[in-house]
Design a protein around this ligand. Structure first.
Ligand SMILES: *Cc1c(COP(=O)(O)O)cnc(C)c1O
Length: 398
């Protein structure tokens, strides 16, 4: 079948929840993807901040294959060795104490919300607690995660959502304070907002939120699903700020393509949940955890965070040159290899043109072009991306 035949078939059988770009991806090699027509694409999206090591990584693939031949699944009624090893490594690199493995990011958020509610319930025996979330946040599409996602467009048709969620402005401590009541049990935020438009938190804001949580005995939840796993130059973004949450969520690059997420607990929230409070059939199965374990080994061995800190200086410089060069680009925001270029108009057409040029990039919000490449990119990859990007934006904005 050729590309349009595949797409016709797809539109008959897949639920139409996405306006997909008109390419059918077939295989990957390093930082490049190939479609079914054999066209090559430089990938600066990494499957939405997932494929940290690029595609077809021998070492990673071999680890997965050998786990497949050994044991794929057992359920959580029993222990399994890959889960124990993955949890040991993940707690070590995150500074958290306990892990619950999930199958996705949104499911990690569900767990985090339950930890917060349970913590408050243990404290006062009441069941009407409130959570403070941020405007322009994104935490996922299941109903609990959607309830704390500060985007009306995603929420409207699916109400009623879970109750007791209040929204505050990101990087505005006073607006957070104004939402605290005696019912508040948690504050949830992304240390670097992703889908909402690539907004890094200010240090004083995170410090202030941490202090509020200590003062009012609230659970601080950091959603590191996108900004964690080395993306911003430290294993988790909050580590660069020197601030530790009570609950942290991770997913995306955690399994580098194998669907797995996790929520982690520490300090006062560490054992808020007890046997019977939560469960999952697949979560933390030996296959997914073998992936996590291998990913964390490779991060360490290949000194990925050091590389991110080096290469992101170069990426920032090149993106800043574009800001200088084109007056329809208003600025750049971001941290490490999580960068956004802010246009003075919708950036969606640039994505389409870029695909024609053989470059994969994505948007974040309407006017922001997002760069979340594999973490192993080189200066040559950045140069190639900039060339292709220039060709694309000059077609859209002329
Ligand atoms: C992607 C994302 C999620 C949701 O993860 P899924 O695996 O798509 O369910 C939640 N929070 C943030 C910050 C994300 O970027």
């Amino acid at each position: 079948m050729n590309k349009s035949e595949y797409i016709d078939e797809a539109e008959k059988v897949l639920l139409r929840t996405y306006n997909r770009y008109h390419i059918v991806l077939d295989k990957g090699e390093g930082v490049y993807l190939y479609d079914t027509d054999g066209k090559k694409y430089l990938d600066f999206a990494a499957g939405i901040a997932v494929f940290a090591f690029g595609y077809h990584n021998e070492e990673f693939n071999e680890a997965l294959k050998s786990q497949i031949d050994k044991l794929i699944h057992t359920s959580n009624l029993y222990y399994n060795v890959p889960a124990i090893e993955a949890a040991k490594k993940l707690t070590r690199v995150s500074g958290m104490e306990r892990v619950f493995f999930t199958n996705s990011g949104t499911e990690a958020i569900e767990g985090a919300i339950k930890v917060a509610r349970k913590y408050a319930y243990n404290r006062d025996g009441k069941a009407d607690h409130e959570i403070i979330a941020m405007r322009h946040s994104f935490h996922g599409r299941s109903l609990g995660a959607l309830s704390v996602t500060g985007n009306k467009k995603y929420q409207e048709a699916f109400k009623p959502l879970i109750g007791g969620v209040k929204f505050a402005d990101f990087n505005d401590l006073e607006s957070v304070k104004a939402q605290i009541t005696e019912k508040t049990c948690a504050i949830i935020l992304e240390p670097v907002q992703g889908e909402g438009g690539i907004y890094p938190a200010d240090k004083e804001f995170l410090e202030g939120v941490r202090a509020l949580c200590d003062e009012h005995d609230l659970v601080l939840i950091f959603d590191e699903i996108q900004c964690g796993m080395g993306r911003t130059g430290t294993m988790f973004a909050c580590q660069a700020y020197g601030i530790k949450p009570d609950v942290m969520t991770t997913a995306k690059a955690l399994g580098c393509g194998v669907p797995v997420g996790a929520f982690l607990t520490a300090g006062k929230a560490v054992d808020a949940m007890v046997p019977g409070d939560h469960g999952t059939t697949y979560g933390g199965n030996p296959f997914a955890c073998a992936a996590v374990s291998k990913v964390l080994d490779m991060f360490e061995k290949e000194k990925i965070t050091e590389h991110v800190n080096e290469i992101s200086v170069y990426l920032e410089k090149k993106l800043d040159e574009l800001v200088e060069q084109y007056d329809f680009i208003e600025g750049r925001r971001g941290k490490g290899l999580m960068q956004g270029l802010i246009f003075n108009a919708p950036a969606g057409d640039v994505v389409v043109r870029a695909l024609e040029e053989g470059l994969i990039v994505i948007t974040a919000g309407t006017n922001v072009l997002r760069f979340v490449p594999p973490l192993i990119i080189t200066e040559e990859n950045v140069d190639e991306m900039i060339e292709k990007l220039k060709a694309s934006i000059e077609k859209v904005f002329k």
